[in-house]
Ligand binder design. Structure first.
Ligand code: OAD
Length: 239
């Protein structure tokens, strides 16, 4: 790994699967149990806010009972030890990357949540985001402005993912792009592999099974994230 200095890692639901958090697609996935149009669009929220708030209240409560797994911990150790630039772009809305790092000193600024965070509430009245661990169904007041106008800070279908400029800047500088635990079904994240290639980076997929874009990667390894990620981190750190 001598020529590698800057790394961008994209993670998806597969990295948290072994922590007991449901993935979205495939057998038993969240989108098999719920229709996206019912719970994950701005139109759904306008039509039936109680249904949407209840759905995210349940998810917010559930993630707080889960713990980071060996894949999160390995990435946190890479963050701590990697001498070059590193950005972990996650599509996940749980806080397991941060909690893995909190135990061993992860610099939080290296984790970027492009699809939002369960543990934030976003006020539609004042546009502020507040740390939120409780429920939203009873329409609590925004801690900033006092209005009862909080929504989950989740990027819904039809909304723009967060911090795309920062992500593209990092992809432009990347020598290596690694995609972990994501099906490659949702853009723009699914297109990052092609962007990274165009910018000249090497590309690696670590996923349980071939993703939809698996042929775009220079190399793909298939298996459980807890095993693959820990082994790859050892390799990249020359341990
Ligand atoms: P998906 O559920 O689409 O894909 C999860 C991927 O992880 C699949 O390819 C699985 O094979 C793989 N996987 C499952 N268990 C694994 C394990 N133990 N180790 C390694 N890989 C494993 O989830 P995402 O790709 O993250 O968006 O979904 C992308 C976006 O679609 C999500 O961020 C969410 C969803 O709609 C929003 O909510 C905005």
């Amino acid at each position: 790994m001598k020529d590698i200095r800057n790394i961008v890692i994209l993670t998806g639901a597969g990295v948290s699967a072994e922590s007991g958090i449901d993935t979205f697609r495939g057998g038993g996935g969240l989108w098999e149990q719920h229709r996206v149009e019912d719970v994950a669009t701005p139109e759904a929220f306008a039509r039936d806010p109680d249904l949407v708030l209840r759905f995210y209240d349940m998810r917010r409560e559930a993630i707080q009972t889960k713990a980071p797994n060996a894949a999160h911990l390995a990435l946190a150790s890479l963050d701590r030890e990697w001498p070059g630039e590193l950005l972990i772009v996650t599509q996940n809305v749980d806080d397991l990357h941060e909690r893995a790092g909190a135990q061993i000193g992860l610099n939080e600024t290296r984790v970027l949540h492009m699809h939002g965070e369960h543990l934030n509430a976003w006020c539609m009245a004042c546009d502020e985001r507040s740390r939120w661990t409780g429920s939203l169904i009873d329409r609590p007041a925004c801690p900033e402005c006092g209005e009862a106008a909080l929504r989950p800070d989740i990027v819904w279908f039809g909304e723009m993912p967060y911090r795309m400029d920062e992500i593209f800047e990092a992809l432009e500088r990347a020598d290596l792009f690694v995609s972990i635990g994501t099906s490659g079904a949702v853009y723009p994240a699914a297109g990052f592999v092609r962007n990274a290639r165009e910018f000249g980076a090497q590309t690696l997929e670590l996923n349980l099974e071939p993703s939809q874009g698996t042929h775009w990667f220079d190399e793909a390894r298939h298996g459980a994230a807890t095993e693959l990620v820990a082994a790859w981190v050892d390799e990249v750190l020359d341990r």
